[in-house]
Design a protein around this ligand. Sequence first.
Ligand SMILES: C[S@@+](CC[C@H](N)C(=O)[O-])C[C@H]1O[C@@H](n2cnc3c(N)ncnc32)[C@H](O)[C@@H]1O
Ligand code: SF4
Length: 430
Amino acid sequence: MTVIVESLDQEGRGVAHVEGKAVFIEGALPGEHVTYSVFKKKPNYDQATVKEIHRPSAMRAVPKCSYFGICGGCSMQHLEPSAQVAAKQRILEDNLKHIGKVSPEIIFRPTYGTPWGYRHRARMSVKFVEKKGGVLVGFHEKRSSFIANMDSCEVLPARISALIKPLRDMFSGLSILNRIPQVEVALGDHVDILVLRILDPLSEHDEVILKAFADQHHIQFWLQPQKEDSAYPFYPLDAPMLSYSLPEFNVTMPYRPTEFTQVNAGINRILVRRGLQLLNPKQGERIVDLFCGLGNFTLPIARSGAEVVGIEGSLELVRRAQSNAAYNHITNASFMQANLFDATRESIADLGHLDKMLIDPPRDGAFAVVNALNEAHLPHRIVYVSCSPSTLARDAEVLVHTKGYKLKGAGVINMFPHTAHIESIALFEQ
Ligand SMILES: C[S@@+](CC[C@H](N)C(=O)[O-])C[C@H]1O[C@@H](n2cnc3c(N)ncnc32)[C@H](O)[C@@H]1O
Ligand code: SF4
């Protein structure tokens, strides 16, 4: 049966209705006339993949990556990048309206970066699969725990994409081939690092192979025998330090490859600039940066002369933020560790007077924090950076309808082109 696709859902699937029942169709776009095959039936909805497109959308694009549709890394390459952002913007507005019962006074113009080669962090799986002809290095297939049989990736920088095939060949020569389940990519301003999760020690011959690979491809290998904090540099030991810079703020951020940094380094610079523009920090103000990580926003805020406190759950990142402040000769930023999901009126009151607040939580949002704000001592401006429109909307409802903030604006930051992830920024004011 041919259906007309009505809209795009949060996962980039086309949504249609057949006799009142919703069908989520992978690969279908709004306005298209398509047939589909159902692969999962539920009482209230069906999940399907597109079979034939009888009338394509004007916004349909030819996917650049030959593994699109197989690899689970991207879900929207069949849609023009500008239309992807428009769809994400609509989802953000819908979430704010329906979950948060709020509407922004203005919609910020979406922030774009380059749509390809943008990933400066990635975690790829490694596995020897005889049936597939050898070692696989890649992302998981769609809806599967299998690893995609891929030799390149368009969202990784070209020099890293070009390493996938040589890595597959190199791994097949190692004695501990079946004991390396994962390779993590971390790309800094001056060094490209590959962290190998190793379940057994390397043999001497393995070491020779890895060193030759590192020399030939100008990367640094790290080895991770246990949990993330066990990772250590293996070769070469004289590689430059892993770091990224925010030149506008004269800030450089050294970090370990296993520590959290934003995936898209190019857009991160724009995000920080946008966040700071909206926050407009000034000398003499007291500002708190919640979920501050390694100080990505905290240190640029400090450059304004404001006194800033960064709060973060990971002790490792708190220490990293402290050492990054020292590295940048910043003395008006301090950091503390706290589980912000357990924030209470008392713990927020203990922070003392706050002029402004920046919040950049994980997907779960900042519900405890916004509820814990004391109505008598509210920061007059809050910039909320979000990677989940639904939790942003839920928290916006509290800020607007309970705490008396106005939602001055909200908009999408295109941090993850071709995926369904939605990064956004919102400004609240008293
Ligand atoms: C989206 S990241 C933002 C980090 C930082 N603002 C940046 O731009 O790099 C969210 C941060 O929240 C931290 N986090 C996660 N759960 C937390 C919790 N319950 N309490 C405090 N921090 C938490 C993570 O460690 C991570 O650093
Ligand atoms: S993640 Fe890379 S390999 Fe996978 S579909 Fe996207 S561009 Fe292709």
